[in-house]
Design a protein around this ligand. Structure first.
Ligand code: ADP
Ligand code: ADP
Length: 226
């Protein structure tokens, strides 16, 4: 079963900017996949299209077999997105941020509380649940973004540059959380421009450059070539 199937994906912004020039790739269920590439390569555009935040020009995207054109609501429910910027309400408490998110997905309040405890504990934020989210450190805010993305129990977690601008210690602790989630069976896709990060975490990797997929291989094979 594929968590993600992308076929000949093309994106032209306006009439000029060819951000994606026909990308095809698959990510298997349970995989930990890195989309690596320099700034401007097309990583965020790809993720935006998968999550239906950006309109594609052409091509097809399926999430656990659900085509985003025909089956958008079901496709979106499979995905938890962790965007780059902190986009939660900074005046809400940690607990409110995650419980409100569950509400958007129609999760019952009692169930949302159970999940809040589960995911906030797992991400070492349970003790902070009554804190206003704006008072959290940067690392805690990033973990809160992950906990929030898990509240509707997606099968695929997508993280856009989860450790950009994060110091090495914090980056390592993020890696531990992500590995643990993947072990629990959640498929993970992350974008990064750190090869080291992809190497530490990921089993498979796509390298994207100027809107084209330059490589799509296992981490092992890639490293044996370098
Ligand atoms: P879509 O086809 O997804 O609606 P558009 O081509 O309409 O995308 O562009 C979306 C918006 O992003 C536009 O308002 C545009 O001004 C803005 N934009 C233009 N160039 C860039 C850029 N290089 N990076 C980010 N945003 C940009
Ligand atoms: P990455 O995430 O790898 O840095 P992006 O997907 O953000 O790459 O950008 C790919 C290309 O598309 C770049 O040339 C960027 O300037 C352009 N681009 C991104 N968003 C927009 C937009 N909204 N409007 C116009 N051009 C854009």
């Amino acid at each position: 079963m594929y968590a993600l199937e992308i076929d000949n994906l093309i994106k032209v912004y306006g009439t000029e900017v060819k951000a994606l020039k026909g990308i095809s790739l698959t990510v298997s269920e349970g995989d930990f996949y890195a989309l690596l590439g320099p700034n401007g390569a097309g990583k965020s555009t790809t993720i935006g299209i998968i999550c239906s935040l950006v309109n594609k020009t052409s091509g097809s995207v399926k999430v656990f077999g659900h085509c985003i054109d025909k089956d958008l609501v079901t496709a979106k429910r499979q995905i938890g997105l962790v965007p780059q910027e902190f986009n939660f309400n900074q005046f809400e408490t940690v607990e409110q941020v995650v419980i409100n998110q569950a509400g958007y997905y129609g999760v019952e309040r009692e169930e949302a509380k159970v999940r809040a405890k589960k995911y906030l504990s797992q991400l070492e934020l349970w003790d902070k649940r009554k804190e206003r989210s704006r008072n959290l450190s940067g690392g805690m805010k990033r973990r809160l973004m992950i906990a929030r993305a898990l509240m509707h129990e997606p099968r695929l977690l997508i993280l856009d540059e989860p450790t950009a601008g994060v110091d090495i210690e914090l980056r390592r602790s993020m890696w531990v959380f992500l590995e643990e989630l993947n072990k629990q069976g959640i498929t993970i896709i992350l974008t990064t421009h750190y090869l080291e990060e992809a190497e530490m975490l990921c089993r498979n990797i796509g390298i994207i450059n100027q809107g084209e997929l330059a490589e799509n291989t296992s981490m092992k094979k890639l490293l044996s070539k370098l």
